[in-house]
Design a protein around this ligand. Structure first.
Ligand code: UDX
Ligand code: ADP
Length: 489
């Protein structure tokens, strides 16, 4: 059982966060907001990213140029920046001055070498750890914030101890971040729990208590739990694997619902009423995306195989297999329904982010759908309220692999609004659950489309009955066929 921390010795005064990405940026911004007595400096090797974090407010006083979009984030950055929150490329200086360093760098899936396609690429963690060792002239607490494979802390400790200056000591903690994108600020302001893993030594416990004291500025003490280092590292992978498994489970049910005429929302609701199951994270969808779920499960698969546990590896691999199948099943449904061909047909894809309220597209289901539609020679028009156009092009081309950017632009266009994307379309595909898609003027969109006008709701957000009254042929993921309509018979 995790144990609650009891005391908080020597206060942390200066924090450095290495890595100004989706995790480091919001997390340390919220720390700065809640800890006015602590100076927080977020550093990154990427000067463009740091310049964006330091960008000036627009004419209306809003910070619209930040590299990470999260509701509520810009306001906090604006309030704290230049006071106790700084964004900088002066990495060595910030490390040197800090009592505590968060390592929040990226840990993508390895692309080559041993474990390619599964294991986490720890190159960025290692290089930032080496830099900390090289620069530090005073003792520090080093905190793994990035999601890392189990026992990464041991490698970090070996690197730090082998390269540190005499008299400099490093205590390593694991403090995984559980925030979800799009709700990062509320997740950080009132987390379900803060997990701190440490070595079970006096020094380890003291370091954990010092980090706990930082969180206790705003998180109730009973929500801060300490565990062993390895449990903490594994808990993050385990939590993401369990969440992803839940979605794959409900998406598997969605396929049964479509075949039987049941309604997946009703089934999920009925199941969620059981207190042991609970109502959250049971929304059927075209498939999960995001930077974490797939990466962390692949990591778990690799870990299981490395530990000679092939049955465990197969078990978790199936969560990804089901997700891939959900995406291709949905894409195939579009083609089948449009009379088995979408060649030269205009398909409007609404939403490109992997979920609403974020501009992040990593592993977004929309990318898979657009690629599938391209292979079927469709003309695809994409609209997303937050994803930058350059990002969409990057996701749909293969820069550095083949120069297909001209070919892609013959088939894909980007629209300035959902309404514009749907003009003359034969089918609309809702790939992200943006709230604005629920409030569109569907009657006028219908009037501007080719007939029959199809709508495929990959997120279960529109009122299918209402749209059918307007004239749309609607397919919602996990909803049984419309028996009265011969198209769905
Ligand atoms: C996830 C974890 O939730 C978070 O705790 C961890 O720190 C990082 O990984 P994130 O990837 O940001 O967060 O988003 P999340 O809300 O978990 O959604 C992931 C994907 O699952 C999205 O594509 C979302 O649309 C999908 N999803 C989520 C569903 O399809 N159905 C659901 O019921 C919930
Ligand atoms: P995450 O989602 O885990 O936050 P991101 O890719 O959004 O991942 O952010 C990670 C950030 O870490 C990037 O901005 C990258 O430039 C930065 N980074 C990677 N390696 C280092 C390093 N050695 N020193 C400083 N910053 C680094």
């Amino acid at each position: 059982m995790p144990t609650a921390i009891s005391s908080a010795p020597q206060a942390i005064r200066r924090i450095c966060c290495v890595g100004a990405g989706y995790v480091g940026g919001p997390t340390c911004t919220v720390i700065a907001q809640n800890c006015p007595d602590i100076t927080v400096t977020i550093v990154d090797v990427n000067p463009v990213r740091i310049a964006a974090w330091n960008s000036a407010p627009d004419a209306e006083g809003r910070l619209s140029g930040l590299p990470v979009y999260e509701p509520g984030l810009a306001e906090i950055v604006l309030a704290c920046r230049g006071k106790n929150l700084f964004f900088s490329t002066e990495i060595d200086k910030a490390i040197e001055e800090a009592d505590l360093v968060f390592v929040s760098v990226n840990t993508p899936t390895k692309k080559s070498g041993v474990g390619a396609g599964f294991a986490a690429d720890l190159h960025y963690v290692e290089s930032s750890t080496r830099r900390i060792a090289a620069v530090a002239t005073s003792s520090k607490i080093i905190v793994e914030k990035s999601t890392v494979p189990c026992r990464t802390a041991a490698s970090m400790r070996t690197i730090l101890e082998s390269n540190s200056r005499p008299g400099v000591r490093f205590d390593i903690l694991s403090n995984p971040e559980f925030l979800a994108e799009g709700t990062a600020i509320p997740d950080l302001q009132s987390p379900d729990r803060v997990l701190i893993g440490s070595l079970d030594t006096n020094e380890g416990r003291e370091a954990a208590a010092r980090l706990s004291a930082v969180y206790e500025h705003w998180v109730p003490k009973h929500k801060v739990y300490t565990t062993g280092l390895w449990s903490s590292e594994l808990s993050k992978l385990a939590a993401n694997a369990l969440l992803a498994q839940r979605i794959s489970s409900v998406n598997a049910m969605a396929a049964i619902c479509e075949a039987t005429g049941a309604d997946v929302d009703e089934v999920a609701h009925a199941c969620g009423l059981d207190g042991r199951i609970g109502p959250k994270f049971l929304k059927a969808s075209v498939g999960f995306g995001g930077s974490c779920f797939q990466k962390d499960i692949l990591n778990l698969v690799y870990l299981s195989e490395s530990l000679s546990l092939p049955q465990v590896a197969d078990y978790w691999r199936q969560v990804i297999t089901m997700n891939e199948w959900s995406k291709s099943r949905f894409a195939q449904k579009v083609v089948q329904t449009l009379f088995n061909t979408i060649t030269m047909k205009k398909v409007a894809v609404l939403g490109f982010a992997f979920k609403k309220n974020t501009g992040d597209t990593r592993e977004s289901a929309a990318i898979s759908l657009c690629r599938y539609f391209r292979q079927e020679n469709a003309l695809v028009t994409i609209y997303d309220p937050k994803v930058p156009e350059a990002q969409i092009w990057m996701d749909l081309t293969e820069p550095g692999v083949v120069d297909d950017s001209i070919e892609v632009r013959k088939q894909i266009t980007l629209a300035p609004s959902a309404v514009a994307a749907c003009v003359d379309a034969e089918a609309i595909v809702i790939a992200t659950e943006w709230d604005e898609f629920k409030e569109l003027d569907w009657a006028s969109i219908y009037a501007g489309m080719k007939k029959p006008a199809f709508l495929f709701d990959g997120r279960g957000i529109v009122d299918a009955k209402l749209l059918r009254k307007i004239g749309f042929k609607v397919h919602s993921v996990g909803k049984g066929p419309e028996i009265v309509d011969p198209v769905w018979a």
